[in-house]
Design a protein around this ligand. Structure first.
Ligand code: C5P
Length: 405
């Protein structure tokens, strides 16, 4: 179990953070509360002290706080920094990297994950400044516990209410102690671009960073699966505990994925596989001439379609693909779901710079036979967790695979 730093900021929801502290303790976690000056207008530190049975940090400059550079000392020992409620002001400070009090200094000093539960008036929440700051945090990998809608303390009815304390506790607990829901399952994930060589020095590639697929593979491993990650050329470093097969071209990826998938329970094709490859690779560097140059490109095999055809009427493996599109994203995803005979397509708008290729955040829609499920903008790690939640539901609805029955 972990030590959780609970940052409490100055919103009316501050009193609900007491319940969050209790819930985390009931799940076996230790909690150290950090209150901003604003928070102390709503709840007294003694309340948190009594609940957490630890001194509450209220001031960067209190006597004793700097003999051991407390925010740095604490930074190294926490498993999570959880901010409940997160006001617009604190969200802005975290997005900008300001460090004018203990909580904001700790946020910079720690490498533990950050989870924020925003709470504010509806118009404040919808303000582009707040939305942009939340996007900045999500893009950096922060986990956002979405506020709910309902009656707000300011008298308004709308979105902005602090998420239910139980849901915040659950989100934090799951982040720290992943479910072993994929234990014993074999998973193949492809990620990254492919490079199609033209000659010894040039290739045709694409902008995929592999981050989404790597996050999916890492999340499956966290949940106990045996994971093979077939990874195209990318500088993004995958976690060392995965079984990684490095490939370069679409042909390499085709061979690696089909081979690894023979015994798989789930295959997720997150790679941006080239659809065309040069008809031949020149042995020597292509010489520059005065005339224009035409290249003849031929189709690559569609790996996902082959997996769908190979499965036929069988229930396994569960097959997941991506549809990276720049227009009509969901409609095209639905076409792919049928054409490739797969179970789930993750529709991904790659025309937007803040999501998709190279970004750390993504905003996707899950397209299945049951309908479309749009997800809010979230860190790729959060999208990966939602994807496995959805895939696990698909897995639960089919008969056990032969090997496991
Ligand atoms: O048909 P399209 O390329 O748009 O479909 C995208 C999905 O198909 C992705 O999941 C991608 O990994 C997969 N794909 C594949 N083999 C290819 C091209 C794409 O498996 N040659």
């Amino acid at each position: 179990m972990s030590l959780i730093a609970l940052g409490v900021t100055g919103g009316i929801g501050a009193y609900k953070a007491v319940e969050v502290a209790r819930g985390l303790q009931q799940r076996g976690h230790e909690v150290v509360a950090i209150m901003t000056r604003g928070a102390q207008n709503f709840v007294g530190p003694v309340t948190f002290e009594a609940i957490t049975r630890r001194p509450v940090i209220t001031d960067q400059w209190a006597a004793g706080m700097n003999s051991s550079v407390e925010h740095v000392a604490l930074a190294g020992s926490i498993g999570l920094l959880l901010v409940v409620p997160a006001t617009a002001h604190t969200i802005a400070k975290l997005a900008l990297g300001l460090a004018d009090d203990f909580l904001s200094s700790l946020a910079l000093a720690t490498t533990a994950p950050l989870m924020v539960a925003p709470a504010m008036n509806t118009h404040m929440l919808e303000h582009p400044a707040v939305q942009q700051n939340l996007q900045i945090l999500a893009a950096r990998g922060a986990h956002i516990v979405e506020p709910g809608a309902g009656y707000l303390a300011c008298g308004w009815v709308g979105k902005g209410r602090l998420a239910e304390p139980d849901d915040i506790v659950e989100a934090a607990h799951r982040l720290l102690t992943p479910p072993r829901s994929l234990a014993g399952r074999r998973v193949v994930v492809s990620a990254g671009p492919t490079y199609e060589d033209l000659d010894p020095v040039r290739y045709i590639g694409n902008r995929s960073s592999g981050k989404m697929g790597i996050a999916i593979a890492a999340e499956a491993a966290r949940r106990g699966a045996v994971v093979t990650l077939v990874l195209g050329p990318t500088s993004t470093e995958p976690p060392a505990e995965l079984d990684i097969v490095r490939v370069r071209s679409a042909a390499d990826m085709h061979a690696a994925v089909l081979g690894a998938s023979e015994t798989a329970d789930v295959v997720v094709m997150a790679a941006a596989v080239a659809d065309y490859t040069p008809a031949s690779v020149e042995g020597e560097k292509i010489k520059k001439g005065d005339a224009d140059l035409s290249l003849r490109l031929v189709r690559t095999p569609d790996i996902l379609r082959e997996l769908g055809a190979r499965r036929g009427e069988a229930a396994w493996p569960v097959l997941v693909g991506f549809a990276a599109e720049t227009s009509d994203v969901v409609a095209r995803a639905r076409e792919k779901l049928a054409a490739k005979r797969v179970d789930l397509i993750v529709a991904n708008d790659v025309a937007r710079r803040d999501i998709g290729f190279e970004a750390d955040a993504n905003e996707v829609t899950f397209v299945t036979a049951e309908g479309d499920e749009p997800l809010p903008l979230a860190a790729k790690t959060s999208v990966a967790a939602s994807l496995w939640d959805r895939v696990e539901r698909l897995m639960a609805s089919r008969p056990l695979p032969a090997a496991a029955s």
